[in-house]
Design a protein around this ligand. Structure first.
Ligand SMILES: Nc1ncnc2c1ncn2[C@@H]1O[C@H](COP(=O)(O)OP(=O)(O)OP(=O)(O)O)[C@@H](O)[C@H]1O
Ligand SMILES: [Mg+2]
Length: 517
Protein backbone atom coordinates (compact mmCIF):
# COMPACT_ATOMS: atom_id res chain seq x y z
CA UNK A 1 0.00 0.00 0.00
CA UNK A 2 1.15 3.48 -0.83
CA UNK A 3 0.64 6.63 1.09
CA UNK A 4 -1.50 9.18 -0.75
CA UNK A 5 1.24 11.78 -0.33
CA UNK A 6 3.40 9.78 -2.76
CA UNK A 7 0.83 10.19 -5.52
CA UNK A 8 1.32 13.80 -6.64
CA UNK A 9 -1.97 14.88 -5.18
CA UNK A 10 -2.51 18.53 -4.24
CA UNK A 11 -2.49 19.61 -0.61
CA UNK A 12 -6.19 20.47 -0.59
CA UNK A 13 -7.24 17.05 -1.88
CA UNK A 14 -4.82 15.36 0.52
CA UNK A 15 -6.54 17.20 3.36
CA UNK A 16 -9.94 16.02 2.13
CA UNK A 17 -8.71 12.44 1.86
CA UNK A 18 -7.35 12.64 5.37
CA UNK A 19 -10.64 13.97 6.66
CA UNK A 20 -12.37 10.96 5.09
CA UNK A 21 -10.17 8.73 7.21
CA UNK A 22 -8.31 7.11 4.33
CA UNK A 23 -4.74 6.39 5.33
CA UNK A 24 -3.26 4.53 2.41
CA UNK A 25 -4.26 4.28 -1.22
CA UNK A 26 -5.86 0.99 -2.23
CA UNK A 27 -4.11 -0.87 -5.09
CA UNK A 28 -6.57 0.37 -7.75
CA UNK A 29 -6.10 3.95 -6.53
CA UNK A 30 -2.35 3.57 -6.50
CA UNK A 31 -2.42 2.00 -9.97
CA UNK A 32 -4.65 4.52 -11.71
CA UNK A 33 -4.56 7.95 -10.07
CA UNK A 34 -1.37 9.13 -11.77
CA UNK A 35 -2.39 7.87 -15.22
CA UNK A 36 -5.74 9.57 -14.89
CA UNK A 37 -4.19 12.81 -13.62
CA UNK A 38 -1.90 12.76 -16.65
CA UNK A 39 -5.01 12.84 -18.83
CA UNK A 40 -4.99 9.24 -20.06
CA UNK A 41 -8.17 7.27 -20.60
CA UNK A 42 -8.21 4.55 -17.95
CA UNK A 43 -9.99 1.22 -17.81
CA UNK A 44 -9.61 -0.09 -14.28
CA UNK A 45 -10.59 -3.46 -12.89
CA UNK A 46 -10.49 -4.25 -9.20
CA UNK A 47 -12.61 -6.28 -6.82
CA UNK A 48 -15.78 -4.94 -5.23
CA UNK A 49 -15.44 -2.54 -2.34
CA UNK A 50 -11.81 -1.64 -3.07
CA UNK A 51 -12.24 2.08 -3.61
CA UNK A 52 -12.83 2.50 -7.33
CA UNK A 53 -14.95 5.60 -6.70
CA UNK A 54 -12.02 7.50 -5.22
CA UNK A 55 -9.77 6.01 -7.94
CA UNK A 56 -11.66 8.08 -10.50
CA UNK A 57 -12.82 10.71 -7.98
CA UNK A 58 -9.38 11.94 -6.95
CA UNK A 59 -8.16 12.71 -10.50
CA UNK A 60 -11.56 14.18 -11.32
CA UNK A 61 -11.34 16.63 -8.44
CA UNK A 62 -7.68 17.37 -9.17
CA UNK A 63 -8.47 18.33 -12.75
CA UNK A 64 -11.18 20.83 -11.87
CA UNK A 65 -10.13 24.42 -12.51
CA UNK A 66 -11.69 26.33 -9.60
CA UNK A 67 -11.83 29.52 -11.67
CA UNK A 68 -13.81 27.93 -14.49
CA UNK A 69 -17.53 28.11 -13.65
CA UNK A 70 -18.60 25.63 -16.33
CA UNK A 71 -19.34 21.93 -16.11
CA UNK A 72 -15.93 20.28 -16.38
CA UNK A 73 -16.70 16.69 -15.44
CA UNK A 74 -19.63 14.38 -15.95
CA UNK A 75 -20.19 11.12 -14.09
CA UNK A 76 -22.91 8.79 -15.34
CA UNK A 77 -24.31 6.08 -13.06
CA UNK A 78 -27.09 3.57 -13.67
CA UNK A 79 -29.33 4.35 -10.69
CA UNK A 80 -30.35 7.31 -8.61
CA UNK A 81 -29.04 5.76 -5.42
CA UNK A 82 -25.63 5.22 -6.95
CA UNK A 83 -25.58 8.73 -8.42
CA UNK A 84 -26.27 10.12 -4.95
CA UNK A 85 -23.64 7.91 -3.32
CA UNK A 86 -20.98 8.83 -5.87
CA UNK A 87 -21.76 12.52 -5.58
CA UNK A 88 -21.43 12.29 -1.79
CA UNK A 89 -17.99 10.71 -2.10
CA UNK A 90 -16.93 13.33 -4.69
CA UNK A 91 -18.25 16.10 -2.45
CA UNK A 92 -16.03 14.86 0.36
CA UNK A 93 -13.02 14.51 -1.94
CA UNK A 94 -13.55 18.04 -3.28
CA UNK A 95 -14.41 19.60 0.06
CA UNK A 96 -11.19 21.50 0.64
CA UNK A 97 -10.99 22.65 -2.94
CA UNK A 98 -14.62 23.83 -2.70
CA UNK A 99 -15.58 22.09 -5.91
CA UNK A 100 -19.21 22.73 -6.88
CA UNK A 101 -21.16 19.60 -7.56
CA UNK A 102 -24.69 18.66 -8.53
CA UNK A 103 -26.44 15.34 -8.84
CA UNK A 104 -29.36 15.01 -11.25
CA UNK A 105 -31.62 12.01 -11.44
CA UNK A 106 -35.15 11.08 -12.27
CA UNK A 107 -37.89 11.23 -9.69
CA UNK A 108 -36.70 14.61 -8.50
CA UNK A 109 -38.42 17.77 -9.68
CA UNK A 110 -36.68 18.95 -12.82
CA UNK A 111 -37.36 22.63 -12.12
CA UNK A 112 -35.38 22.32 -8.91
CA UNK A 113 -32.48 20.86 -10.85
CA UNK A 114 -32.72 23.61 -13.46
CA UNK A 115 -32.43 26.22 -10.71
CA UNK A 116 -29.47 24.37 -9.20
CA UNK A 117 -27.78 24.23 -12.60
CA UNK A 118 -27.84 28.03 -12.69
CA UNK A 119 -25.53 27.96 -9.66
CA UNK A 120 -22.77 26.78 -11.97
CA UNK A 121 -21.76 23.34 -10.77
CA UNK A 122 -18.40 22.12 -12.03
CA UNK A 123 -19.17 18.41 -11.73
CA UNK A 124 -22.43 16.70 -12.61
CA UNK A 125 -23.27 13.21 -11.41
CA UNK A 126 -26.42 11.76 -12.87
CA UNK A 127 -28.45 9.00 -14.41
CA UNK A 128 -28.45 8.74 -18.21
CA UNK A 129 -32.13 9.53 -18.77
CA UNK A 130 -32.17 12.72 -16.72
CA UNK A 131 -28.86 14.00 -18.11
CA UNK A 132 -30.24 13.46 -21.59
CA UNK A 133 -33.39 15.32 -20.60
CA UNK A 134 -31.36 18.35 -19.49
CA UNK A 135 -29.35 18.26 -22.70
CA UNK A 136 -32.57 18.27 -24.73
CA UNK A 137 -33.95 21.17 -22.71
CA UNK A 138 -30.64 22.99 -23.16
CA UNK A 139 -30.42 23.42 -19.41
CA UNK A 140 -27.08 21.63 -19.20
CA UNK A 141 -24.13 22.71 -21.32
CA UNK A 142 -21.49 20.09 -21.65
CA UNK A 143 -19.10 21.61 -24.16
CA UNK A 144 -16.41 22.23 -21.56
CA UNK A 145 -16.47 18.76 -20.11
CA UNK A 146 -12.95 17.39 -19.88
CA UNK A 147 -13.56 14.21 -17.97
CA UNK A 148 -16.30 11.66 -18.40
CA UNK A 149 -16.81 8.75 -16.02
CA UNK A 150 -19.04 5.77 -16.66
CA UNK A 151 -19.67 3.99 -13.35
CA UNK A 152 -21.10 0.47 -13.70
CA UNK A 153 -21.10 0.90 -17.46
CA UNK A 154 -22.14 -2.66 -18.29
CA UNK A 155 -25.21 -2.32 -16.08
CA UNK A 156 -26.21 0.81 -17.97
CA UNK A 157 -26.07 -1.16 -21.19
CA UNK A 158 -28.04 -4.03 -19.66
CA UNK A 159 -30.66 -1.52 -18.64
CA UNK A 160 -31.02 -0.28 -22.19
CA UNK A 161 -29.28 3.07 -21.83
CA UNK A 162 -27.05 2.73 -24.86
CA UNK A 163 -28.96 5.35 -26.88
CA UNK A 164 -28.88 7.85 -24.03
CA UNK A 165 -25.20 7.29 -23.51
CA UNK A 166 -24.46 7.70 -27.20
CA UNK A 167 -26.47 10.90 -27.24
CA UNK A 168 -24.70 12.25 -24.15
CA UNK A 169 -21.34 11.43 -25.70
CA UNK A 170 -22.24 13.51 -28.70
CA UNK A 171 -22.77 16.49 -26.42
CA UNK A 172 -19.34 16.33 -24.77
CA UNK A 173 -16.13 17.30 -26.55
CA UNK A 174 -14.52 14.41 -28.36
CA UNK A 175 -11.11 15.15 -26.89
CA UNK A 176 -12.36 14.56 -23.36
CA UNK A 177 -10.84 11.99 -21.05
CA UNK A 178 -12.91 8.88 -20.30
CA UNK A 179 -12.58 6.81 -17.14
CA UNK A 180 -14.26 3.47 -16.65
CA UNK A 181 -13.90 1.23 -13.61
CA UNK A 182 -15.53 -2.08 -12.84
CA UNK A 183 -15.20 -5.17 -10.68
CA UNK A 184 -15.84 -7.41 -13.68
CA UNK A 185 -14.81 -7.24 -17.31
CA UNK A 186 -17.51 -8.99 -19.31
CA UNK A 187 -17.34 -8.59 -23.11
CA UNK A 188 -19.82 -5.68 -22.88
CA UNK A 189 -17.27 -3.60 -20.98
CA UNK A 190 -14.54 -4.30 -23.48
CA UNK A 191 -16.91 -3.23 -26.18
CA UNK A 192 -17.67 0.02 -24.39
CA UNK A 193 -13.95 0.61 -24.01
CA UNK A 194 -13.41 0.10 -27.72
CA UNK A 195 -16.32 2.35 -28.63
CA UNK A 196 -15.93 5.20 -26.19
CA UNK A 197 -12.29 5.31 -25.15
CA UNK A 198 -9.04 6.34 -26.75
CA UNK A 199 -6.16 3.93 -26.30
CA UNK A 200 -7.05 3.36 -22.66
CA UNK A 201 -4.47 2.43 -20.06
CA UNK A 202 -5.78 -0.88 -18.75
CA UNK A 203 -5.09 -1.41 -15.06
CA UNK A 204 -6.11 -4.73 -13.64
CA UNK A 205 -5.43 -5.42 -10.01
CA UNK A 206 -4.18 -8.97 -9.84
CA UNK A 207 -6.13 -11.23 -7.56
CA UNK A 208 -6.37 -15.00 -7.40
CA UNK A 209 -10.12 -14.78 -7.30
CA UNK A 210 -12.60 -12.38 -8.81
CA UNK A 211 -14.47 -12.13 -5.53
CA UNK A 212 -12.97 -10.81 -2.32
CA UNK A 213 -11.16 -13.34 -0.16
CA UNK A 214 -12.74 -11.92 2.96
CA UNK A 215 -16.22 -13.03 1.86
CA UNK A 216 -17.02 -16.55 3.02
CA UNK A 217 -19.15 -18.07 0.28
CA UNK A 218 -21.75 -20.78 0.83
CA UNK A 219 -24.49 -22.36 -1.21
CA UNK A 220 -27.69 -24.08 -0.13
CA UNK A 221 -29.24 -26.65 -2.41
CA UNK A 222 -33.01 -26.49 -2.00
CA UNK A 223 -36.10 -26.79 -4.10
CA UNK A 224 -38.08 -23.71 -4.95
CA UNK A 225 -40.61 -24.63 -2.25
CA UNK A 226 -38.02 -25.21 0.45
CA UNK A 227 -36.11 -22.00 -0.11
CA UNK A 228 -38.12 -19.61 2.02
CA UNK A 229 -38.17 -21.72 5.17
CA UNK A 230 -34.48 -22.39 4.71
CA UNK A 231 -33.83 -18.67 4.40
CA UNK A 232 -35.88 -17.83 7.42
CA UNK A 233 -34.08 -20.42 9.59
CA UNK A 234 -30.71 -19.24 8.33
CA UNK A 235 -31.57 -15.67 9.26
CA UNK A 236 -32.48 -16.95 12.73
CA UNK A 237 -29.24 -18.84 13.13
CA UNK A 238 -26.78 -16.53 11.38
CA UNK A 239 -28.26 -13.38 12.89
CA UNK A 240 -26.86 -10.93 10.36
CA UNK A 241 -26.27 -7.40 11.58
CA UNK A 242 -27.36 -6.06 8.20
CA UNK A 243 -28.28 -8.35 5.32
CA UNK A 244 -29.13 -7.86 1.67
CA UNK A 245 -31.30 -10.49 0.01
CA UNK A 246 -31.36 -10.58 -3.78
CA UNK A 247 -34.42 -11.69 -5.69
CA UNK A 248 -34.60 -12.23 -9.42
CA UNK A 249 -37.62 -10.07 -10.19
CA UNK A 250 -39.50 -7.13 -8.75
CA UNK A 251 -42.43 -9.36 -7.90
CA UNK A 252 -40.04 -11.59 -6.02
CA UNK A 253 -38.68 -8.65 -4.05
CA UNK A 254 -42.20 -7.50 -3.13
CA UNK A 255 -43.28 -10.96 -2.07
CA UNK A 256 -40.14 -11.68 -0.10
CA UNK A 257 -40.39 -8.46 1.85
CA UNK A 258 -44.01 -9.15 2.70
CA UNK A 259 -43.27 -12.74 3.66
CA UNK A 260 -40.32 -11.80 5.86
CA UNK A 261 -42.47 -9.11 7.46
CA UNK A 262 -45.07 -11.73 8.28
CA UNK A 263 -42.42 -13.78 10.02
CA UNK A 264 -41.50 -10.74 12.07
CA UNK A 265 -38.28 -9.66 10.39
CA UNK A 266 -37.49 -6.00 9.88
CA UNK A 267 -37.28 -6.17 6.11
CA UNK A 268 -38.05 -3.82 3.22
CA UNK A 269 -37.52 -4.09 -0.50
CA UNK A 270 -36.18 -1.75 -3.17
CA UNK A 271 -36.57 -1.97 -6.92
CA UNK A 272 -37.13 0.32 -9.85
CA UNK A 273 -40.93 0.49 -9.68
CA UNK A 274 -41.05 2.07 -6.25
CA UNK A 275 -41.27 5.83 -6.00
CA UNK A 276 -38.02 7.69 -5.63
CA UNK A 277 -38.99 8.90 -2.15
CA UNK A 278 -39.75 5.35 -1.03
CA UNK A 279 -36.48 3.95 -2.39
CA UNK A 280 -34.42 6.61 -0.70
CA UNK A 281 -36.26 6.25 2.58
CA UNK A 282 -35.84 2.46 2.61
CA UNK A 283 -32.14 2.85 1.92
CA UNK A 284 -31.78 5.46 4.64
CA UNK A 285 -33.55 3.23 7.17
CA UNK A 286 -31.26 0.36 6.23
CA UNK A 287 -28.13 2.51 6.58
CA UNK A 288 -29.36 3.64 10.00
CA UNK A 289 -30.11 0.01 10.98
CA UNK A 290 -33.79 0.80 11.48
CA UNK A 291 -34.43 -2.15 9.23
CA UNK A 292 -31.91 -4.94 9.13
CA UNK A 293 -32.82 -6.73 5.93
CA UNK A 294 -32.88 -5.07 2.53
CA UNK A 295 -34.37 -7.05 -0.33
CA UNK A 296 -33.26 -5.90 -3.74
CA UNK A 297 -32.98 -6.62 -7.41
CA UNK A 298 -29.55 -6.55 -9.08
CA UNK A 299 -30.14 -3.12 -10.54
CA UNK A 300 -31.18 -1.54 -7.27
CA UNK A 301 -28.04 -2.60 -5.45
CA UNK A 302 -25.26 -2.20 -8.06
CA UNK A 303 -22.30 -0.34 -6.62
CA UNK A 304 -24.00 0.48 -3.32
CA UNK A 305 -21.59 0.97 -0.46
CA UNK A 306 -23.34 0.39 2.84
CA UNK A 307 -20.99 -0.22 5.70
CA UNK A 308 -21.98 -2.96 8.12
CA UNK A 309 -23.58 -5.36 5.63
CA UNK A 310 -22.49 -8.68 7.13
CA UNK A 311 -24.48 -11.10 4.94
CA UNK A 312 -25.68 -11.34 1.36
CA UNK A 313 -28.29 -13.95 0.46
CA UNK A 314 -28.97 -14.81 -3.16
CA UNK A 315 -32.49 -16.11 -2.76
CA UNK A 316 -32.40 -16.74 -6.49
CA UNK A 317 -29.12 -17.61 -8.13
CA UNK A 318 -28.19 -14.88 -10.60
CA UNK A 319 -28.25 -15.70 -14.25
CA UNK A 320 -24.78 -14.50 -15.02
CA UNK A 321 -21.60 -14.81 -13.00
CA UNK A 322 -20.87 -11.06 -13.15
CA UNK A 323 -24.09 -10.34 -11.28
CA UNK A 324 -23.00 -12.78 -8.61
CA UNK A 325 -19.72 -10.92 -8.15
CA UNK A 326 -21.47 -7.54 -7.83
CA UNK A 327 -24.16 -8.90 -5.53
CA UNK A 328 -21.95 -10.58 -2.97
CA UNK A 329 -19.61 -7.61 -3.17
CA UNK A 330 -22.15 -5.62 -1.12
CA UNK A 331 -20.50 -7.27 1.88
CA UNK A 332 -16.82 -7.66 2.74
CA UNK A 333 -16.09 -4.07 1.71
CA UNK A 334 -13.11 -1.90 2.65
CA UNK A 335 -11.34 -4.83 4.33
CA UNK A 336 -14.29 -6.05 6.44
CA UNK A 337 -15.45 -9.67 6.71
CA UNK A 338 -18.59 -10.90 5.01
CA UNK A 339 -20.67 -14.00 4.34
CA UNK A 340 -22.70 -14.91 1.29
CA UNK A 341 -25.25 -17.68 0.86
CA UNK A 342 -26.61 -18.62 -2.55
CA UNK A 343 -29.75 -20.72 -2.87
CA UNK A 344 -29.76 -23.03 -5.81
CA UNK A 345 -32.43 -25.43 -7.00
CA UNK A 346 -31.27 -28.84 -8.20
CA UNK A 347 -31.94 -27.88 -11.82
CA UNK A 348 -29.79 -24.77 -11.49
CA UNK A 349 -26.63 -26.48 -10.26
CA UNK A 350 -25.02 -25.87 -13.65
CA UNK A 351 -25.23 -22.12 -13.01
CA UNK A 352 -23.51 -22.53 -9.69
CA UNK A 353 -20.60 -24.28 -11.33
CA UNK A 354 -20.33 -21.59 -13.98
CA UNK A 355 -20.26 -18.92 -11.29
CA UNK A 356 -17.48 -20.83 -9.53
CA UNK A 357 -15.50 -21.16 -12.72
CA UNK A 358 -15.72 -17.43 -13.29
CA UNK A 359 -14.89 -16.39 -9.75
CA UNK A 360 -12.23 -19.12 -9.39
CA UNK A 361 -13.58 -19.81 -5.97
CA UNK A 362 -15.64 -22.69 -4.68
CA UNK A 363 -18.66 -22.16 -2.51
CA UNK A 364 -19.03 -24.41 0.50
CA UNK A 365 -22.23 -26.39 0.86
CA UNK A 366 -24.36 -25.31 3.76
CA UNK A 367 -27.30 -27.12 5.24
CA UNK A 368 -29.71 -24.74 6.95
CA UNK A 369 -30.74 -25.89 10.39
CA UNK A 370 -33.94 -27.91 10.70
CA UNK A 371 -36.61 -26.23 12.78
CA UNK A 372 -35.60 -28.41 15.76
CA UNK A 373 -31.96 -27.43 15.37
CA UNK A 374 -32.96 -23.81 14.98
CA UNK A 375 -34.91 -24.03 18.23
CA UNK A 376 -31.96 -25.62 20.02
CA UNK A 377 -29.74 -22.80 18.77
CA UNK A 378 -32.15 -20.14 19.94
CA UNK A 379 -32.46 -21.84 23.32
CA UNK A 380 -28.69 -21.87 23.61
CA UNK A 381 -28.71 -18.16 22.86
CA UNK A 382 -31.23 -17.61 25.62
CA UNK A 383 -29.09 -19.60 28.07
CA UNK A 384 -26.03 -17.65 27.07
CA UNK A 385 -27.73 -14.34 27.63
CA UNK A 386 -28.92 -15.41 31.08
CA UNK A 387 -25.40 -16.47 31.99
CA UNK A 388 -24.05 -13.16 30.70
CA UNK A 389 -26.54 -11.26 32.83
CA UNK A 390 -25.39 -13.19 35.89
CA UNK A 391 -21.74 -12.53 35.04
CA UNK A 392 -22.36 -8.84 34.56
CA UNK A 393 -23.56 -8.84 38.15
CA UNK A 394 -25.89 -5.94 37.61
CA UNK A 395 -29.17 -7.40 38.78
CA UNK A 396 -30.23 -4.67 41.21
CA UNK A 397 -33.51 -5.39 42.94
CA UNK A 398 -34.22 -8.37 40.66
CA UNK A 399 -32.49 -10.46 43.33
CA UNK A 400 -35.19 -9.49 45.84
CA UNK A 401 -37.89 -10.36 43.32
CA UNK A 402 -36.16 -13.66 42.69
CA UNK A 403 -36.12 -14.40 46.42
CA UNK A 404 -39.88 -13.78 46.57
CA UNK A 405 -40.44 -16.16 43.66
CA UNK A 406 -38.16 -18.80 45.15
CA UNK A 407 -40.15 -18.76 48.37
CA UNK A 408 -43.13 -20.25 46.56
CA UNK A 409 -41.68 -22.08 43.50
CA UNK A 410 -39.09 -24.64 42.55
CA UNK A 411 -35.80 -23.08 41.42
CA UNK A 412 -35.61 -25.40 38.40
CA UNK A 413 -39.10 -24.45 37.23
CA UNK A 414 -38.34 -20.77 37.59
CA UNK A 415 -35.19 -20.92 35.51
CA UNK A 416 -36.97 -23.04 32.88
CA UNK A 417 -39.78 -20.49 32.73
CA UNK A 418 -37.31 -17.61 32.41
CA UNK A 419 -35.59 -19.43 29.55
CA UNK A 420 -38.85 -20.17 27.82
CA UNK A 421 -39.96 -16.58 28.01
CA UNK A 422 -36.81 -15.18 26.48
CA UNK A 423 -36.28 -17.83 23.79
CA UNK A 424 -37.29 -16.43 20.44
CA UNK A 425 -38.92 -19.51 18.98
CA UNK A 426 -38.65 -19.88 15.20
CA UNK A 427 -41.60 -18.30 13.47
CA UNK A 428 -43.30 -20.66 11.05
CA UNK A 429 -46.13 -18.39 9.94
CA UNK A 430 -47.19 -19.85 6.60
CA UNK A 431 -46.31 -17.66 3.63
CA UNK A 432 -46.87 -18.14 -0.03
CA UNK A 433 -44.48 -17.01 -2.72
CA UNK A 434 -45.15 -17.21 -6.42
CA UNK A 435 -42.76 -19.84 -7.71
CA UNK A 436 -40.06 -18.53 -9.98
CA UNK A 437 -39.34 -20.75 -12.89
CA UNK A 438 -35.84 -22.12 -12.55
CA UNK A 439 -33.34 -20.78 -15.00
CA UNK A 440 -33.24 -22.92 -18.12
CA UNK A 441 -31.28 -26.11 -17.60
CA UNK A 442 -27.64 -25.50 -18.21
CA UNK A 443 -25.21 -28.29 -18.66
CA UNK A 444 -22.14 -28.04 -16.53
CA UNK A 445 -18.99 -27.36 -18.42
CA UNK A 446 -16.99 -30.56 -18.51
CA UNK A 447 -13.65 -29.05 -17.53
CA UNK A 448 -13.19 -27.96 -13.98
CA UNK A 449 -16.78 -28.06 -12.92
CA UNK A 450 -17.24 -31.80 -12.97
CA UNK A 451 -17.20 -34.43 -10.32
CA UNK A 452 -15.76 -32.63 -7.36
CA UNK A 453 -17.41 -34.47 -4.54
CA UNK A 454 -19.87 -31.77 -3.72
CA UNK A 455 -22.37 -32.21 -0.96
CA UNK A 456 -20.41 -35.02 0.65
CA UNK A 457 -19.50 -35.18 4.28
CA UNK A 458 -17.93 -31.73 4.42
CA UNK A 459 -21.27 -30.16 5.12
CA UNK A 460 -21.39 -27.20 7.36
CA UNK A 461 -24.18 -27.18 9.79
CA UNK A 462 -26.56 -24.52 10.74
CA UNK A 463 -25.07 -21.33 9.48
CA UNK A 464 -21.73 -21.22 11.22
CA UNK A 465 -21.84 -17.93 13.05
CA UNK A 466 -24.08 -18.90 15.90
CA UNK A 467 -22.73 -17.48 19.07
CA UNK A 468 -20.08 -15.54 17.19
CA UNK A 469 -22.08 -12.45 16.48
CA UNK A 470 -24.42 -12.63 19.39
CA UNK A 471 -26.26 -9.44 20.02
CA UNK A 472 -26.29 -7.88 23.42
CA UNK A 473 -29.19 -7.40 25.75
CA UNK A 474 -31.69 -9.93 26.89
CA UNK A 475 -33.61 -12.42 24.86
CA UNK A 476 -30.65 -13.06 22.60
CA UNK A 477 -31.00 -9.66 21.00
CA UNK A 478 -34.27 -10.11 19.18
CA UNK A 479 -34.36 -7.42 16.51
CA UNK A 480 -37.54 -8.50 14.91
CA UNK A 481 -40.41 -6.13 14.77
CA UNK A 482 -43.07 -7.11 17.21
CA UNK A 483 -46.05 -8.84 15.73
CA UNK A 484 -44.88 -8.75 12.13
CA UNK A 485 -45.82 -6.18 9.60
CA UNK A 486 -49.14 -7.41 8.38
CA UNK A 487 -50.48 -6.30 5.09
CA UNK A 488 -48.69 -3.00 4.54
CA UNK A 489 -48.41 -2.37 0.81
CA UNK A 490 -45.63 -0.46 -0.74
CA UNK A 491 -46.35 2.38 -3.07
CA UNK A 492 -45.89 2.37 -6.81
CA UNK A 493 -47.65 -0.02 -9.13
CA UNK A 494 -45.87 -2.52 -11.26
CA UNK A 495 -45.12 -1.49 -14.78
CA UNK A 496 -44.59 -3.58 -17.80
CA UNK A 497 -41.53 -3.59 -19.95
CA UNK A 498 -38.78 -3.77 -17.41
CA UNK A 499 -35.28 -4.75 -18.31
CA UNK A 500 -33.39 -7.96 -18.03
CA UNK A 501 -32.32 -7.73 -14.45
CA UNK A 502 -35.50 -6.27 -13.11
CA UNK A 503 -37.96 -8.14 -15.23
CA UNK A 504 -41.51 -8.58 -14.06
CA UNK A 505 -41.00 -12.30 -14.34
CA UNK A 506 -38.07 -14.59 -14.81
CA UNK A 507 -39.06 -15.08 -18.41
CA UNK A 508 -38.62 -11.43 -19.22
CA UNK A 509 -35.01 -11.06 -20.14
CA UNK A 510 -35.06 -8.50 -22.85
CA UNK A 511 -31.92 -6.45 -22.41
CA UNK A 512 -33.70 -3.15 -22.93
CA UNK A 513 -36.31 -0.68 -21.92
CA UNK A 514 -35.53 -0.09 -18.29
CA UNK A 515 -35.33 3.65 -18.01
CA UNK A 516 -34.21 5.52 -15.00
CA UNK A 517 -35.21 8.99 -16.05
N1 LIG B 1 -7.93 4.36 0.50
C1 LIG B 1 -8.99 4.00 1.22
N2 LIG B 1 -8.85 3.69 2.53
C2 LIG B 1 -9.94 3.32 3.26
N3 LIG B 1 -11.19 3.23 2.80
C3 LIG B 1 -11.38 3.53 1.51
C4 LIG B 1 -10.31 3.93 0.65
N4 LIG B 1 -10.80 4.17 -0.57
C5 LIG B 1 -12.12 3.94 -0.50
N5 LIG B 1 -12.49 3.57 0.74
C6 LIG B 1 -13.85 3.22 1.20
O1 LIG B 1 -14.13 1.88 0.78
C7 LIG B 1 -15.50 1.72 0.52
C8 LIG B 1 -15.72 1.07 -0.84
O2 LIG B 1 -15.34 1.94 -1.88
P1 LIG B 1 -16.11 2.03 -3.27
O3 LIG B 1 -17.57 2.13 -3.07
O4 LIG B 1 -15.43 3.08 -4.06
O5 LIG B 1 -15.79 0.58 -3.87
P2 LIG B 1 -15.87 0.06 -5.37
O6 LIG B 1 -14.53 -0.48 -5.70
O7 LIG B 1 -16.43 1.11 -6.26
O8 LIG B 1 -16.88 -1.17 -5.23
P3 LIG B 1 -18.01 -1.71 -6.27
O9 LIG B 1 -17.28 -2.58 -7.26
O10 LIG B 1 -18.90 -2.53 -5.40
O11 LIG B 1 -18.67 -0.54 -6.87
C9 LIG B 1 -16.13 3.10 0.61
O12 LIG B 1 -16.80 3.21 1.85
C10 LIG B 1 -14.95 4.04 0.55
O13 LIG B 1 -15.20 5.26 1.21
MG1 LIG C 1 -18.20 1.36 -7.30
Amino acid sequence: MTNFSELNISESTLRSIKRMGFEEATPIQEGTVNFAMAGRDVLGQAQTGTGKTAAFGIPLIEKIDPKNPNIQALVIAPTRELAIQVSEELYKLGYDKRVKLLSVYGGQEISRQIRALKNKPQIIVGTPGRIQDHINRRTMKLDEVQTLVLDEADEMLNMGFIDDINAILESVPSDRQTLLFSATMPPAIRKIAETFMKNPEIVKIKAKELTMENIEQFFVKATEREKFDALSRLLDSQKPELAIIFGRTKRRVDELSQALGLRGFLAEGIHGDLSQAKRLSVLRQFKESKIDILIATDVAARGLDISGVTHVYNFDIPQDPESYVHRIGRTGRAGKQGTSVTFVTPREMGYLRIVEETTKKRMNPLRPPTSEEALVGLQEDAMQSLVELVQNNDLGNYRELAAQLLANNEALDLVAAALKSITKEPDATPVSLTEERPLPMRRERSNGGGNRGRGGNDRNRGGGSRGGDRRGGNGGGDRRREGGRGGERRDGGRREGSGRREGSSSRDRRPRQRRED
